[in-house]
Write a protein that binds this ligand. Structure first.
Ligand code: PLP
Length: 427
């Protein structure tokens, strides 16, 4: 038996499903999850000693590749001075200043430990600020696993949202309205119907949790305009796309200023750190200044902050994001060409260091279109690539990530492997 399989069997005895986050269990692609032993640059190695080119990068954080020497050194330097204090540190000011500088819509920022905490807290803040309860989210966007956000659309626009998870009370889900991504008409209808009740609209301005789907500029502009008209708080959830699609995130790419922004993933450089921030007048409602409570024992943890701060400094190298975008584009263009040669229906897209692979002819623009992809083909492709030593996301409904450690040789090796994989699909 492979060591991965032995570990998976052992894990399932004490960990539900053998994993600490569901997608890691390989349920949608089948097979045995790989247990990772170590990583370096663009690679990681599993328990059987097999090496993989890593295209999940811990689902986004590892934008510099694994164990970047300067990030390692920054962590090692603070490690010896203590793991956590529960009292403020100078480094927290430094990372706050860095975030406010890089994302100009953020005037003040609060650190937390996960993206889930960031979105949950931002929504509470928006509700406290507006004195309203109702929120709007969009189909296919993921904002972490807070109760209000594990909700799908009801049968019509004016019906209550329904929980997508057991354990979420209907009384909580009913305050969430779920609309179609990129559907301006529906958005306008919703605001017309109950705009003055809407505390907040939360959106992934580049969606990465239903596979990669770009927002149209018209859609994000309409969000900004309706929120202005009705006094609703516009939250960009840039936990995934922040620092990833551009140094200033999706809001820089689209030139739109949200009221609040949620950050995570890259901001911790692989350590548990996330943040939410934005307009000073809204942030002033947070405790200890205002009446919206929010706190965290490990918030602004010194080791997480050291890793995050160094990561944010390193990605400011001139040309960093241009190079990252170029490598990512090279990857998806190469994969698309390989699929075309094998006559496999396939398309791909990328923005900055994020990419999407779709087993359909055209790049999708909504959750409904994403559903039309050929998941059987995706699963076969995933396993063929895994065998060849390339680790893509183990689900057709996730984006992929390239790091600055993915050089030409790594991208070329991936495309070579894909030629073989697509050939087996065509047969
Ligand atoms: C990953 C993610 C989250 C949740 O972050 P966690 O750190 O996993 O809690 C929220 N929003 C978006 C857009 C994400 O990609």
């Amino acid at each position: 038996m492979s060591k991965n399989q032995a570990l998976f069997e052992r894990a399932q005895r004490t960990i539900p499903g053998g994993v600490n986050s569901p997608v890691r269990a390989f349920r949608s692609v089948g097979g045995t999850p790989r247990f990772i032993e170590r990583a370096e640059g663009p690679y990681f190695w599993d328990a059987d000693g097999k090496r993989y080119i890593d295209y999940i990068g811990s689902w986004g954080p590892m934008i510099l590749g694994h164990v970047h020497p300067e990030v390692l050194e920054a962590v090692q330097r603070v490690l010896v001075h203590g793991f956590s204090f529960g009292a403020p540190t100078e480094a927290e000011i430094e990372i706050a200043e860095e975030i406010c500088k890089l994302v100009p819509s953020i005037e003040q920022v609060r650190m937390v430990s996960s993206g889930t905490e960031a979105t949950m807290s931002a929504l509470r803040l928006a509700r406290g600020f507006t004195n309203r309860s109702r929120i709007i989210k969009f189909e296919g966007c993921y904002h972490g696993h807070a109760d209000s956000l594990l909700v799908k659309a009801g049968s019509g626009l004016l019906t209550f949202g329904n929980p997508t998870s057991a354990g979420v009370p209907a009384d909580i889900a009913k305050h969430t309205t779920v609309l179609e991504y990129n559907n301006v008409e529906q958005l306008n209808e919703a605001f017309q119907a109950f705009g003055s009740e809407i505390a907040s609209v939360i959106v992934e301005p580049v969606a990465g949790n239903m596979n990669l789907v770009r927002a149209t500029p018209e859609f994000l502009n309409a969000l900004r305009e309706r929120c202005n008209e009705y006094g609703s708080v516009l939250i960009f959830d840039e936990v995934m796309c922040g620092f990833r699609v551009a140094l200033g995130g999706a809001q820089q790419v689209y030139g739109i200023k949200p009221d609040l922004t949620c950050l995570g993933k890259v901001i911790g450089g692989g350590m548990p750190a996330a943040a939410f921030g934005g307009r000073r007048d809204i942030m002033a409602h947070l405790a200890p200044l205002g009446g919206v409570y929010q706190a965290g024992t490990l918030s602004g943890n010194p080791i997480a902050v050291a890793a995050g701060l160094k990561t944010l400094q390193l990605i400011q190298r001139p040309g960093f994001h241009d190079d990252l975008a170029k490598q990512t584009r090279k990857l998806v263009d190469g994969l698309a060409a390989a699929a075309r040669d094998a006559r496999v229906p396939f398309s791909a897209d990328s923005i900055g260091g994020m990419f999407g692979l779709y087993f359909m002819d055209q790049v999708p623009g909504s959750f409904a279109q994403i559903q039309q992809g050929d998941t059987k083909r995706f699963n076969a492709f995933f396993h063929a690539m895994l065998d060849a030593g390339v680790y893509f996301a183990p689900s057709a409904f996730e984006a992929g990530f390239v790091s600055s450690a993915h050089d030409d040789a790594v991208i070329d090796a991936t495309i070579d492997a894909a030629r073989g994989a697509f050939a087996t699909l065509a047969a």
